[in-house]
Ligand binder design. Structure first.
Ligand code: NAD
Length: 275
């Protein structure tokens, strides 16, 4: 690790605010979960091929709820079979070392951060969790996808009567919906920790951004706030992104191009040793 990177990490430790880590699909790529960029993401309904940005919408759900559920149940089975990788485990170590100074803001719905051992209290799942469903926007209806649904949904599995019943709301007829934020929906505090994430960005002593392309709104706001404040920012990503540009323009920023598994563990080691 070079001196400039070490200095940014030390500046984060010397500050008073939280050390905020913001993750995207890239951190889970090494666990075998496809990001939204690759060909693997496409889904076929009849003769149409849908991009995830079309499937993950309220509009698609209204038009074809069973197809959208089939897609989520398939993606959920991919997530359930995946295991946390060294980058996820490094963040568990970091939380244990920093305690209340640690905050994780994740766009991932795969639940791998929590399965690895990060705590719910310090993990904001700002796009939800694919293991949960809810009835409309009612936070009190949030509950795990029933165990009886099983975790083995192949891409071609048909939607069964049993699944239809298990995924219904308690009031009968209505379908529950996956607990995820769709591309045509807005963030809020109760379900997605919107204001809390912005507050964390305003106070962050250091922001570490990992594996996100910058295509979503709240993460971009978090990055912009930290960049505007000139607070230390480190970006790990395989490709350049709006976040890498924030970091490169800042006097206290660094862009580490490459994988999360390669760059994150040594940084965490340094932070843990000096916390
Ligand atoms: P994205 O697919 O738009 O971008 C992923 C980024 O990660 C890319 O910039 C890519 O270069 C980078 N990347 C790929 N492999 C990497 C690695 N090994 N190490 C570091 N970087 C790597 O994903 P996004 O920015 O998170 O946003 C898109 C939306 O996709 C979000 O709403 C998110 O909820 C959803 N999503 C989630 C998952 C998941 O939960 N695992 C998977 C796919 C998509």
């Amino acid at each position: 690790m070079d001196d400039a990177l070490r200095a940014l990490l030390d500046a984060g430790l010397a500050g008073t605010g939280p050390i905020v880590v913001m993750t995207g699909a890239g951190i889970s790529a090494e666990s075998g979960i496809p990001t939204f960029r690759g060909e693997e993401g496409y889904w076929t309904v009849g003769s149409e091929h849908y991009h995830p940005m079309e499937m993950a919408t309220q509009e698609a759900y209204r038009r074809m709820p069973e197809e959208v559920w089939r897609w989520y149940l398939y993606r959920r089975s991919v997530c359930r079979k995946a295991q946390p990788n060294p980058a996820h485990l490094a963040l568990v170590r970091l939380e244990r070392a920093l305690g209340d100074r640690f905050l994780l803001v994740t766009q991932n719905v795969d639940g791998l951060h929590l399965r690895a051992g990060n705590t719910e209290a310090r993990t904001y799942q700002i796009h939800g969790n694919i293991d949960y469903l809810r009835c409309g926007d009612e936070p009190s209806s949030l509950r795990p996808v029933p165990l009886a649904i099983g975790e083995d949904w192949e891409a071609g599995s048909p939607f069964t009567e049993e699944a239809r019943a298990l995924l219904s709301c308690c009031d009968g007829g209505r379908f529950a919906r996956p607990h995820v934020l769709w591309f045509d929906e807005c963030y809020d505090e109760a379900l997605f920790r919107f204001e809390s994430s912005l507050r964390a960005a305003s106070a962050a002593a250091l922001l570490i951004v990992i594996g996100t392309s910058g295509a979503t709104n709240l993460p971009m706001q978090v990055g912009a706030i930290v960049a505007e404040r000139g607070a230390p920012m480190i970006v790990i990503n395989q490709d350049p992104s709006p976040f890498s540009r924030f970091a490169e323009r800042s006097a206290r920023g660094a862009f580490l191009q490459g994988s999360a598994g390669e760059h994150l563990p040594p940084m965490v080691e340094h932070l843990v040793q000096h916390a």
